[in-house]
Design a protein around this ligand. Structure first.
Ligand code: PEP
Ligand code: MG
Length: 575
């Protein structure tokens, strides 16, 4: 009988094939103490040097073979491994002073670092525990002389089943032949989440020990369901869904390269949201006409020290060069609140989402902000850069942030660094900003509506809190009215209004947003072509009339009723 597991979807699509269980390495340190600690120290140094050399080569290989994300993560691991203060010295001390054998010492020190990461309040930081774990494994394998199994050649249609996959694992794997991934650990932002989305491999996590080698496995990355050894009927149904999805994908593929337009030719942009510099290429391949949101947090999140100006400049430049003259909106640092960065200790707050977050933090920690602004301005010479400030609630904040940008510009000019004038926009994600959008529009070059936060602040319903989920919806008239106010103010002031929250990718809401005047929609790259196809089916005039009707609604139900009626008519027109 088939076994069906509900997990967490981390990469969309439908995968089907034969399970290959990735072995769990036994890395137990032996109990005996070394007789001669000095001798053990020497052995450790040899093992450490070999592991470092090995990781260095792997970073290089990742840069050549895969680029981007893998190389960045492995590079961060190399930095951790080379950390004298946190890694090297404590291990040597444990061997010298406590008489531990090298495997025990490695396990103790790196195990401690893993635990520290695991206890972090922020989900992203917790996921970085995987990187520290990877470094621990790498050193222990050397110390214990364990060689991992070879996955460099896999049969087509392999479904990888693993506890977790780290960058060191995936770099050695034949991912081109992998049709699906099922892990027990990991999450949306974990390595396996990022790599599987980048490579378009359907993946589900949160399913422990789902299958054995050779089992037939169906991975439903749309619903987060994993089916092991399905019966004939389940198999046939899944195959049919795969065929339909494939046909739809092929049909939609023409929308990868055509410009974004309504049926009657009103033009706009459909862009990609990215979370690391390396994802720019995937967005471009998915049909992005630009980057509507680069969340710059990735540079700060898993680093022991704040990224310096040069590191940031190189990352921004990489995105701009990849996008080759297409618009790129880089959002300045949005941390604080629930997102902590290790290099910047922050005070605990009772209500972090209402606390010192994003632009509020940057205006307080001026040096932190100054470094980022300088890096951005320098990168501005390499493409069509636009800078965006997050969480603006007052005109004063916008003016202060712009003044700091101007100071940074003058500073660079005095140093003889060429800088171009860069358009400056804001995220409209706090209701206060939507309410004074007319005033902000006089001083901002563009808006981008952040629906993820706008909904939570409008409805006073925390994003991701299941107990208030019923309130958190982009279909709520209060949210829709704020979006209309923002887009209307932008239109009257003659500036571009975009949207980069999750709602931008909702095909039902797209015509409403268009009708309100939103002309740039930015979303996960995987949603781009479908959205472009939806837009191509709507006449601009119908979008405006739909928006008008929706703005008269007093409840979410009324909005949904109107949409159900309109979609019926729209579908009838297409037939
Ligand atoms: C938003 O709030 O809609 C947004 C895009 O920002 P983030 O999800 O990064 O807070
Ligand atoms: Mg936001």
């Amino acid at each position: 009988m088939a076994l069906i597991y509900q997990g967490t979807k981390i990469s969309p699509g439908l995968g089907m094939g034969q399970a290959r269980v990735v072995e769990k390495l036994r890395l137990e340190p032996p109990a005996e103490r070394p007789r001669d600690p000095e001798q053990e120290l020497l052995r450790f140094r040899q093992c450490y040097d070999a592991a470092e050399e090995d990781l260095r080569k792997t970073v290089q290989e990742a840069q050549e073979k895969l680029g981007g994300h893998e190389a960045e993560i492995l590079d961060a691991q190399l930095t951790l491994l080379q950390d004298e203060y946190a890694v090297l010295e404590p291990i040597q001390e444990a061997i010298r002073d406590e008489g531990l054998n090298m495997a025990q010492a490695i396990d103790k020190v790196l195990g401690g670092i893993v635990e520290l990461f695991q206890q972090a309040a922020d989900e992203y930081m917790r996921l970085r525990a995987g990187d520290a774990e990877d470094v621990r494994k790498r050193l222990l394998m050397r110390a214990l002389g364990v060689t991992p199994r070879d996955y460099s050649v896999l049969p087509a249609g392999t479904i990888l089943v693993a506890e977790e996959l780290t960058p060191s694992d995936t770099i050695r794997m034949d991912l081109a032949h992998v049709s699906g991934i099922v892990t027990s650990r990991g999450g949306y932002y974990s390595h396996v989440g990022i790599i599987s989305r980048n490579l378009g491999i359907p993946s589900v996590c949160g399913v422990p020990e789902a299958a054995e080698d050779g089992d037939t496995v169906l991975v439903d990355g749309e619903k987060g369901v994993v089916t092991v050894n399905p019966d004939e009927a389940e198999l046939a149904l899944f195959s049919e869904r795969r065929r339909e999805a494939e046909a739809e994908k092929q049909q939609l593929d023409v929308f990868r390269t055509v410009p974004s337009r309504t049926l009657d030719g009103e033009a706009g942009l459909i862009c990609g949201n990215i979370g690391t510099a390396a994802e720019a290429q995937a967005a471009l391949d998915a049909g992005a006409e630009g980057i509507g949101l680069l969340r710059s947090e990735f540079l700060y999140m898993d680093q022991p020290a704040l990224p310096d100006e040069e590191t940031q400049f190189q990352a921004y430049r990489q995105v701009l060069e990849t996008m080759g003259g297409r618009p790129v909106i880089i959002r300045t640092l949005d941390v604080g609140g629930d997102k902590a960065i290790p290099a910047l200790p922050m005070e605990r707050e009772e209500n972090p989402f209402l606390g010192c977050r994003a632009i509020r933090l940057c205006l307080e920690r001026r040096e932190l902000f100054r470094v980022q602004l300088r890096a951005l301005l320098r990168a501005g010479s390499y493409g069509d850069l636009k800078i965006m400030f997050p969480m603006i609630s007052t005109l004063g904040e916008l003016r202060s942030a712009k003044a700091m940008l101007e100071e940074a510009r003058k500073e660079l000019l005095r140093e003889g660094v060429p800088v171009r004038k860069v358009p400056v926009g804001i995220m409209v994600e706090v209701p206060a900003a939507a309410v004074i959008a007319d005033c902000l529009a006089r001083e901002a070059d563009f808006f981008s509506i952040g629906t993820n936060d706008l909904i939570q602040y409008t409805m006073a319903a925390e994003r991701g809190n299941p107990s208030v989920d019923h309130l958190y919806s982009p279909y709520d008239p209060a949210v829709l009215r704020l979006i209309a106010m923002t887009a209307g103010a932008a239109e009257r002031a003659g500036i571009l209004c975009g949207m980069c929250g999750e709602a931008a990718a909702d095909p039902e809401l797209l015509p409403i947003f268009w009708g309100m005047g939103v002309r740039e929609l930015s979303m996960s790259p995987g949603a781009i072509i479908r959205s472009r196809a939806v837009l191509a089916n709507w006449r601009a005039e119908d979008c405006r009339s739909l928006a008008e009707q929706v703005l008269l609604c007093g409840s979410r139900q009324e909005v949904q009723d109107i949409l159900a009626r309109t979609n019926g008519q729209q579908n009838a027109r297409q037939v």
